[in-house]
Design a protein around this ligand. Structure first.
Ligand SMILES: [Zn+2]
Length: 251
């Protein structure tokens, strides 16, 4: 590590949890952030500034005025010209840390595109806004044997869970998802910017822990930012019998 790098990260290297070795691991790390809205903006800010070596941003949307209250990488100019979110984000992040290899992918993450979108990465962050895409991320990461970090927000509440390799799948954790038109979304319920940043911070911290080789415990963290309450539930159960994610046992 050269002198300018040491200076940039000196307050982070001073942490016993990171140190020079952890910082070098971050520099060698590659991640994909699926979704570049509010969660993705906050995750990317933290992880690019922390010195993660390679960050791939994936999103098919453009910036809209109604995004600005919570999506912290975007501004009024981006909304005025309906700029692709990944393009606006990558440009701003490059100004924050020009050493990070940033890749902007203006494309939908679906079962067909995900294998290529996560290829070459060490881990994947969920920054999406729907259950269907999360199930697809779960499936793609399971096949690629990559850890990923689940996160979701609605109203003033949020949830996150690290999903290490070999852990039971999302269906085992939550059961079968309701139909899309039965799932509440932020168009109906609204969302507060501070809960998004809080959940993104937990996800980014989990990502840092995976990358430095000290993975977070298997747990579900739920938070209501308005009540200022946080709950942790240890995830100890194995896969549900019969689920595809259960390890195949020899007969
Ligand atoms: Zn399962």
């Amino acid at each position: 590590m050269n002198a300018p790098e040491r200076t940039r990260y000196e307050k982070q290297i001073a942490l016993s949890q990171i140190g020079p070795e952890g910082q070098a691991r971050l520099a060698a790390g590659a991640i994909a952030i699926i979704g570049c809205g509010a969660l993705g903006s906050a995750q990317a800010q933290i992880l690019v500034r922390a010195g993660v070596g390679s960050v791939r941003l994936v999103d098919r949307d453009v910036v809209e005025r109604s995004n600005l209250h919570r999506q912290m990488l975007f501004d009024e100019d981006d909304a005025r010209v309906a700029r692709p979110k990944v393009e606006a984000a990558a440009q701003k992040l490059a100004r924050a840390n020009s050493d990070c290899r940033l890749e902007a992918r203006h494309i939908e993450a679906n079962p067909r595109t995900l294998p290529e979108l996560i290829a070459g990465c060490d881990l994947v962050l969920d920054a999406t806004d729907n259950v269907r895409t999360r199930l697809n991320i779960d499936e793609a990461c399971r096949r690629a044997r990559l850890p990923w970090i689940y996160g979701g927000v609605l109203g003033t509440q949020g949830v996150m869970a690290p999903m290490p390799v070999g852990a039971p799948c999302l269906r085992c954790l939550f059961g079968e998802p309701p139909a899309p038109d039965e799932t509440p979304d932020i168009a109906q319920s609204g969302v507060l910017a501070s809960i998004v940043v809080a959940i993104a911070s937990l996800q980014a911290t989990a990502a840092l822990r995976f990358l430095v080789g000290n993975p977070p415990p298997r747990q579900l963290v739920t938070m209501d930012i308005w009540d200022m309450s946080l709950r942790r539930i240890s995830l100890t159960a194995g896969p549900r019998p019969g689920c595809d994610c259960a390890p195949q046992t020899a007969l």
